[in-house]
Ligand binder design. Structure first.
Ligand SMILES: *Cc1c(COP(=O)(O)O)cnc(C)c1O
Length: 399
């Protein structure tokens, strides 16, 4: 079949919830993707921050193949060696005490919210809980995750969702303070906002919210699904601040390509919230995905991934500053490590299409924001290649 035939066949059967680019990807190697016509693309999206180690990494592939030949799934009524190993390594990597594995980011958020609500319920046996979330936030598409997502258009048709959620302004501590009541059980936010437009939380805000939560016995949930796993130059983005979340979520890069997420808790919350029978999942944490998590964490260490993010992230920042200085339509450049964005005064769809035509995969974060989320193994040379193509794409788009 040719490209158009694959697309037509897919569109005939798929529920149309995505406007997809007209590309059929076939395979990947390193930081490059190849479509079914053999065209090569430099990848600055990494499957939305999933493929942190790049494509076709032999050691990772071998670990998965070996696990396939042993066992894929056991259910959570039993233990497995990959589960034991991944749980130990991930809690250490995250500086948290306990972990629950899920199949996606949204499910990690659901579990985090349930843990926070149960904690509050155990404290006062009330059902009247309030949660504070942020404008521009994104936490996923299931009903609980959607309830705390800051984009009204995503929520509107599906309300009422879960318990009372109030939205504060990100990076505005007073706006959080103003929403706190004696019913507030949790504050949930991304340490660096992703889908909402690449907004890094500043030190005063992140540390201020943490302090506010601790003073009022409110749980702090940090969503690190996009900004975590090394992407901003530390294991998790919150590790750079003087804070400690009670619950945090991870997904996307944690499996290096397989669908897996997790929520992690401090002992304080783990010991006073969800107990046997309160939460579960058929697939979550199965031996296959845990073998992937285990290998990803090994390769993060042996490949000095965090050092690379710091090094190449700084270089990417410099290069994107140059691009912004040259392009009259660029409004603001934001981000940290290998999670950056440029806001334009026009929609970025034409830029993305032109980049794709020229062999560069980029994505937006909101209509006007171009997002850079490459595999964490890119080099400074890859950044140069990207900026060359981006310059061409900008010229074409604004002609
Ligand atoms: C992607 C994302 C989610 C949702 O993850 P899914 O795996 O798509 O359910 C939640 N929070 C953040 C910050 C994300 O970037």
């Amino acid at each position: 079949m040719n490209t158009q035939e694959y697309i037509d066949q897919a569109e005939q059967a798929l529920l149309h919830t995505y406007n997809r680019y007209q590309i059929v990807f076939d395979h990947g190697d390193g930081v490059y993707l190849y479509d079914t016509d053999g065209k090569k693309y430099l990848d600055f999206v990494s499957g939305i921050g999933v493929y942190a180690l790049g494509y076709n990494v032999k050691e990772y592939n071998d670990a998965l193949k070996a696990q396939i030949d042993k066992i894929l799934h056991t259910s959570n009524y039993y233990y497995s060696a990959p589960l034991a190993s991944a749980a130990k390594k991930l809690t250490e990597f995250a500086h948290m005490d306990k972990v629950f594995f899920t199949n996606s980011g949204a499910e990690a958020i659901e579990g985090a919210l349930k843990a926070a609500i149960k904690y509050a319920y155990n404290k006062n046996h009330s059902h009247e809980h309030e949660i504070i979330a942020m404008d521009h936030s994104f936490h996923g598409r299931t009903c609980g995750a959607l309830a705390v997502t800051g984009k009204q258009a995503y929520r509107e048709a599906f309300e009422p969702l879960i318990c009372d959620v109030k939205f504060a302004t990100y990076n505005d501590l007073d706006s959080v303070k103003a929403l706190i009541s004696d019913k507030t059980c949790a504050v949930i936010m991304e340490t660096v906002q992703g889908e909402g437009g690449i907004y890094p939380g500043n030190k005063e805000f992140i540390e201020g919210v943490d302090k506010l939560c601790k003073e009022n016995d409110i749980l702090l949930i940090l969503d690190e699904i996009q900004c975590g796993m090394g992407r901003t130059g530390s294991n998790y983005a919150w590790h750079k601040f003087d804070v400690k979340p009670d619950i945090m979520t991870t997904a996307k890069a944690v499996g290096g390509g397989v669908p897996v997420g997790a929520f992690l808790l401090t002992d304080k919350v783990a010991n006073a919230s969800l107990v046997a029978g309160d939460h579960g999942t058929t697939y979550g944490g199965n031996p296959f995905v845990c073998a992937a998590v285990d290998k990803v964490l090994d390769l993060f260490e042996s490949g000095h991934i965090i050092d690379n993010v710091v090094n190449v992230g700084e270089y990417l920042y410099e290069k994107l500053e140059e691009i912004c200085a040259e392009c009259g339509h660029a409004v603001e450049h934001r981000g940290v490590g290998l999670m950056q964005g440029i806001e334009f005064d026009v929609p970025v769809a034409d830029i993305i299409n032109s980049a794709l035509k020229n062999g560069l995969v980029l994505i937006n974060a909101g209509t006007n924001i171009l997002r850079f989320l490459p595999p964490l193994v890119i080099t400074r040379g890859d950044v140069d290649t990207m900026t060359d193509i981006l310059r061409t794409a900008l010229k074409e788009a604004f002609n």
